[in-house]
Design a protein around this ligand. Structure first.
Ligand code: UDP
Length: 497
């Protein structure tokens, strides 16, 4: 890096480009954004990451570590005016947003526009580009006031964004009365079917109508797109989206692959993990290659208690070693907690439960891990791909149904548990996937056989392509360097004065 580390705030003084990242402050968006910021900083651009206090607390150790290593990266902490939108004071932590008040949270975020603009004017160097999560339509005005370009950041794949875009632009659901009636996605060569329930469009949900329209407008006005994907995985969809939007798409992922330090990887996305990373790795050390299945539903999903028990029984019956992450088990009653304790005893040495945040990427990349039962959040999906793992797909909401289709139908690395309708943020039905289905799905990705071998071969092949993409001469690294070059100041660079 050509940055200097003369003093605390001089970091980035020599950089010619200054990217300001405004992530949506859910972990599935913050994590790849911070990774991208680190990447740009590694290649000499100054990167500022905007965060509200609880998110800033989660990512500060990562940013501080990078700064101590000499990287030109800054954290811009801005308070969120929760009270203005009738939210509790601590609701800048998305885990604390009361049920049903998510629209208020999104309105509160728009109030960051003024403070952000003032901050950027007052703290040189002046930005050369704003990289905004695509959900933040309000950053359009900030970029316009500052007279700087604005790129949309997607923690989603091109397949999903293109399918979703085409369904909307060709009004594919017009005249379709039933939300569960399959509709063929227009404008893509492969036959892909979706339902309105599974893929209603970004934020096409009650309470979000205005935001959804604003997001579409903001997307259309973007100066380009940055995406955590890699072109070799989905070339026709990357090209298709760029073409549909008439804008440049920089695929720079999988961003998780750039992590060089096990220490920062272990804390990726959170300051504390529910398990010591070394202990976890030691446990995995004792297992044969490709025998352990990792089970996690990401940072948002909270599974129904009866479904938790059913899943546990299915994992037990599968006979495979497993690592099962439960986001928030303390919220369950004594019946479920007791079941989990008994299960742990029965499968001692074979099954490990992680209660809370897990060092996911570290685990996925261990040789003992051979498969992933995932809710198909895009980060988890692309992390599985980067690690060369076949997946059991169990989508809940948002882009997850399309990610499932990519994994199962396009890439051929997944086995679906067969969810047809979204389960929303908190599962609304009790048991949707029976223990037998869990057992059979786990066995089919882990037990080999011709189809199983073929899935694993495809997953490993994709992983090799992903790794090549982020190496010297690879497409993602090339795009990253091109991105920096595209937003460098023409003369002299940014100076701190
Ligand atoms: N993650 C993690 N530990 C956990 C849960 C999640 O490291 O215990 C990370 C995971 O590696 C991924 C992100 O959090 O990078 C979750 O994003 P994803 O898109 O998969 O799902 P979401 O949480 O947005 O539903």
């Amino acid at each position: 890096p050509n940055a200097t580390m003369a003093g605390h705030d001089d970091v980035g003084g020599a950089a010619k480009a200054h990217f300001v990242f405004v992530p949506l402050m859910y972990q599935g968006h913050v994590i790849p954004t911070v990774d991208t910021a680190l990447l740009l900083a590694t290649h000499g651009a100054l990167a500022s990451v905007v965060a509200t206090p609880s998110n800033a607390a989660r990512i500060r150790p990562t940013v501080d570590f990078a700064r101590r290593s000499g990287l030109p990266i800054r954290l811009v902490e801005l308070p969120l005016d929760c009270a203005a939108e009738g939210l509790p004071e601590d609701a800048d932590d998305v885990d604390k947003i009361p049920f049903g008040l998510a629209p208020n949270y999104f309105r509160a975020l728009t109030l960051l526009a003024g403070p952000l603009e003032r901050h950027l004017r007052a703290h040189p160097p002046y930005p050369t580009c704003i990289v905004s999560d695509f959900c933040h339509a309000w950053t359009v005005q900030v970029a316009a006031n500052l007279k700087v370009p604005r790129l949309s950041f997607f923690s989603m794949c091109a397949f999903c964004t293109l399918c979703q875009h085409n369904v909307e632009r060709y009004n594919a659901y017009d005249g379709v009365a039933d939300d569960n009636e399959p509709v063929v996605v227009p404008g893509v060569e492969r036959r892909i079917e979706v339902t309105r329930a599974q893929a209603p469009g970004f934020f096409r949900a009650p309470g979000f109508e205005k935001l959804a329209d604003e997001i579409e407008l903001a997307l259309a006005e973007s100066d380009g797109v940055v995406m955590n994907s890699f072109v070799e995985m989905e070339p026709e969809y990357v090209a298709g989206y760029a073409d549909a939007r008439k804008m440049k798409v920089w695929t720079i992922g999988p961003v998780s692959l750039y992590h060089q330090h096990a220490a920062t990887l272990a804390k990726r996305g959170n300051t504390t993990t529910a398990i010591d990373a070394d202990e976890c790795l030691r446990w995995l050390e004792g297992k044969e290659p490709n025998t352990v299945v990792y089970v996690s539903f990401g940072s948002i999903v909270h599974a129904d208690p009866k479904q938790v028990v059913e899943l546990g029984k299915g994992l037990e019956a599968s006979g495979h070693p497993f690592v099962w992450v439960l986001k928030n088990p303390d919220q369950y009653g004594e019946d479920v907690r007791g079941f989990l304790r008994d299960l742990e005893e029965r499968v001692a040495g074979r099954g490990m439960l992680i209660r809370g945040w897990s060092p996911q990427v570290l685990i996925l990349n261990h040789a003992a891990v051979g498969g992933f039962v995932t809710h198909c959040g895009w980060n988890s999906t692309v992390e599985a791909i980067a690690a060369g793992l076949p997946v059991v797909t169990w989508p809940h909401f948002s882009d997850q149904f399309l990610n499932e289709k990519l994994a199962v139908e396009v890439l051929g690395i997944g086995v679906s548990v067969g969810i047809k309708e979204p389960l929303m943020w908190v599962a609304m039905k009790e048991i949707v996937v029976g223990r037998d289905v869990v057992e059979a799905a786990v066995r089919s990705i882990m037990d080999g056989g011709e189809e199983g071998e073929e899935r694993r071969r495809k997953a490993v092949d994709l992983s090799e392509k992903a790794r090549a993409a982020v190496q010297e001469g690879g497409s993602s690294l090339g795009n990253l360097l091109d991105l920096i070059k595209s937003f460098e100041m023409d003369v002299g660079g940014c100076t701190v004065d």
